[in-house]
Design a protein around this ligand. Structure first.
Ligand SMILES: NC(=O)c1ccc[n+]([C@@H]2O[C@H](COP(=O)([O-])OP(=O)(O)OC[C@H]3O[C@@H](n4cnc5c(N)ncnc54)[C@H](OP(=O)(O)O)[C@@H]3O)[C@@H](O)[C@H]2O)c1
Length: 249
């Protein structure tokens, strides 16, 4: 499908693994020029760089730890230097941990909120001057934010706050052509699941498949396709929305 993204300049955070990697590769294949970031050096970084070279286009993979505001600002500076403008931003980088609320340390609360929420706030703010007459921001939330998940109070708090941030910014910046939406995945099969012991991975698949109308987990390309739709003009009259990509959980 042609999303009309040829030559569009797109920043995707956390693009080396999982959903972010899928969005980066799908956007590059759709003709966009993509700048993405990661926190940790790994084989995934090298393989993404190699895959993007194969795809063609003007792509950049940069190390930046988004838990630090100064690093967020440096990342946006890189996007400005390399692209001169932006047409789309996907706030994808996220971290999660499983901790009983009674034991949740304030440092862990801050780590999860800084990466999932504060980075998105700061990125959109710093990117404002880079958007022209139109632009699209896709904030990757979580279906679990609306449902609530035991042991993830910090994570669901951050992802719920993303919805309020999105709705407010949609109203504040809609008149200048900026659209802002949340894409809220359900349970998605990423390579993280392949790296688990097989019995544990199968247990998770069975448990979460049983909760969805489609009786299966989602795939990374299925999430990436919706991200491309939201980045593209095909969704030109969609803003302030939360789009669940959750198989009917
Ligand atoms: N997978 C799911 O089922 C699911 C469900 C609902 C929502 N989500 C949301 O979807 C997004 C992606 O999830 P995922 O499962 O694909 O995650 P993932 O496999 O853990 O990948 C996360 C990506 O973000 C990067 N990242 C993490 N912290 C960073 C930081 N401080 N600075 C820069 N980059 C950072 C990681 O880079 P490094 O490798 O360098 O750490 C990696 O590239 C997250 O926002 C998550 O909350 C996922």
């Amino acid at each position: 499908m042609d999303f009309g993204l040829q030559g569009r300049k797109v920043l995707v955070t956390g693009g080396t693994r999982g959903i972010g990697r899928g969005i980066v590769l799908a956007a590059a294949e759709a003709g966009a020029d993509v700048l993405t970031c990661y926190r940790t050096e790994s084989a995934a970084v090298d393989s993404l760089v190699a895959a993007l070279k194969e795809t063609g286009g003007d792509h950049h993979v940069i190390r930046a730890d988004l838990a630090e505001v100064s690093e967020v600002d440096r990342l946006v500076g890189e996007a400005s230097d390399r692209f001169g403008r932006l047409d789309g931003v996907v706030n994808n980088a996220g971290v999660i941990s499983h901790i009983p609320y009674a034991d949740l340390a304030v440092e862990e609360w801050h780590r999860v909120l800084d990466t999932n929420l504060t980075a998105a706030f700061r990125i959109v703010q710093q990117c404002l001057p880079l958007f022209g007459a139109s632009g699209s921001v896709v904030n990757i939330g979580s279906r679990g934010a609306a449902a609530g998940i035991p042991l993830r109070a910090h994570y669901t708090a951050a992802k719920s706050a993303m919805i309020g941030l999105t709705r407010s910014l949609a109203k504040e910046y809609g008149s200048r052509g900026l659209r802002i939406n949340v894409l809220a995945p359900g349970v998605i099969e990423t390579e993280a699941m392949e790296q688990m012991p097989p019995e544990r991975a199968q247990g998770l698949r069975d448990m979460y498949s049983g909760k969805t109308a489609l009786a299966r987990l989602g795939t990374v390309p299925e999430v990436a396709a919706v991200a491309l739709f939201l980045l593209s003009d095909l969704s030109g009259y969609v803003t302030g929305e939360t789009i669940n990509v959750d198989g009917g959980i």
